[in-house]
Write a protein that binds this ligand. Structure first.
Ligand SMILES: NC(=O)c1ccc[n+]([C@@H]2O[C@H](COP(=O)([O-])OP(=O)(O)OC[C@H]3O[C@@H](n4cnc5c(N)ncnc54)[C@H](O)[C@@H]3O)[C@@H](O)[C@H]2O)c1
Length: 347
């Protein structure tokens, strides 16, 4: 294998075309796009032409190509069969979230990749947001003190669209919670560690499709911290600021707009150190906090370079199957909680 991973893509016509190929595979320092496949041949031919890759006419043809790794960017219900096909063909595979539709599917995907000796990555690219990395570093250093509470919000306006796979749980695995809440939950585990229990409500507040358009989950972490995830398909894009709030015994880290696809948003830290005393007036500091402004990182480029580096150096990807499975277990517990109307443990 050369120092550049030769990538294939399954499902070239969606997010792959919009972002992951141009910003990720075509821009990464250790990647080259070799071949693409999409069930829509017209879209596939356009992507192949635009990015100078070979258009495969079938999945088998793509997998028979001289490629090292595959990026799977098909609708959620197809990830299971596509990841297994890649692994059986001895290709490393970076799969979009959610990895599978269920915990059992995800466990099997991990097992097949292990058995075939290929790396499995999960495309939780929001971990690579520069401000998120900086916040995680501050938390690891103990600057937030003991983690107390967090909120992660990701909402958009997603009206009813004929045939939209996210709007049917049999193809999307769920609605706003599965599609966008998964990112929020994964980020919160990066900041605060493992979630132990969840309590969740889901519903259809505005839209009439079968997947939920509304979800709020409360997470209870093993370290005793709490968090809420609020994720809606029925709030206009401009009306939701995708806030991220991290509170601890020594202050807070507050962000707007960092949860999302592009390098964007603002993050400010209000950190007091260990020796803050009791103030009966509960005076709020007049200062505006410490702006967290690291150099922006393109999350798609970062995820492709990191996965490629894992393959080239024969190590586990930093966002691998285990994190994909964690996410799946927590999401399953949230749906179970919403169904039963009680708190559910994450096992
Ligand atoms: N991390 C992110 O920024 C991000 C953003 C959007 C979507 N996603 C994830 O990416 C995946 C795809 O979402 P999307 O928005 O691109 O969906 P999409 O519907 O826009 O695109 C999916 C593509 O897959 C193709 N496809 C469908 N069935 C196929 C098959 N059997 N074989 C080959 N190709 C097939 C479709 O023709 C389409 O081009 C999902 O898992 C989603 O959660 C991630």
């Amino acid at each position: 294998m050369s120092s550049r991973i030769r990538w294939g893509v399954i499902g070239s016509g969606g997010i792959a075309r919009r972002r992951t190929i141009p910003e990720g595979i075509a821009s990464a320092n250790n990647a080259a796009l070799a071949a693409v496949y999409d069930v829509d041949p017209k879209a596939n031919a356009e992507v192949a032409k635009q990015f100078k890759a070979a258009p495969a006419a079938s999945l088998d043809e793509l997998l028979a190509d001289d490629i090292d790794a595959v990026y799977v960017a098909t609708p959620a219900h197809l990830h299971y069969e596509h990841v297994k096909a890649c692994a059986e063909a001895a290709k490393h595979v970076l799969c979009e979230k959610p990895l599978g539709m269920t915990v059992a599917e995800t466990e099997e995907m991990i097992a097949v990749c292990d058995r075939r000796g290929v790396k499995l990555g999960c495309a939780f690219m929001m971990r690579f947001v520069a401000q998120h990395q900086e916040a995680a570093r501050l938390i690891r250093q103990g600057r937030l003190g003991q983690p107390v509470y967090a909120r992660a919000q990701l909402s958009c306006w997603y009206p009813s669209i004929e045939g939209a796979w996210r709007q049917d749980p049999t193809t999307g695995g769920g609605g706003s919670l599965m599609d966008m809440g998964g990112h929020c939950i994964d980020l919160l585990e990066m900041f605060f560690g493992d979630v132990a229990q969840v309590s969740c409500f889901i519903g259809n507040t505005v839209h009439g499709y079968r997947s939920e358009d509304s979800a709020v989950a409360t997470l209870f972490f093993e370290n005793g911290a709490l968090a809420t995830v609020d994720t809606f398909f029925c709030i206009p894009d401009a009306g939701s600021k995708n806030v991220l709030e991290l509170y601890g015994s020594q202050g807070s880290i507050l962000a707007q707009g960092t949860i999302g696809q592009g390098p964007a948003g603002k993050m400010v830290a209000f950190l007091e150190g260990e020796d803050h005393g009791y103030d009966a007036q509960q005076a709020r500091a007049a200062d505006q906090g410490l702006a967290i402004e690291p150099a922006p990182v393109n999350t798609y480029q970062a995820e492709i370079e990191e996965f490629g580096s894992a393959v080239l150096n024969n190590r586990e990807p930093s966002i691998g199957g285990r994190l994909g499975l964690r996410s799946q277990k927590i999401l399953a517990a949230c749906y179970e909680s919403a169904r039963l109307g009680r708190t559910v443990e994450v096992v």
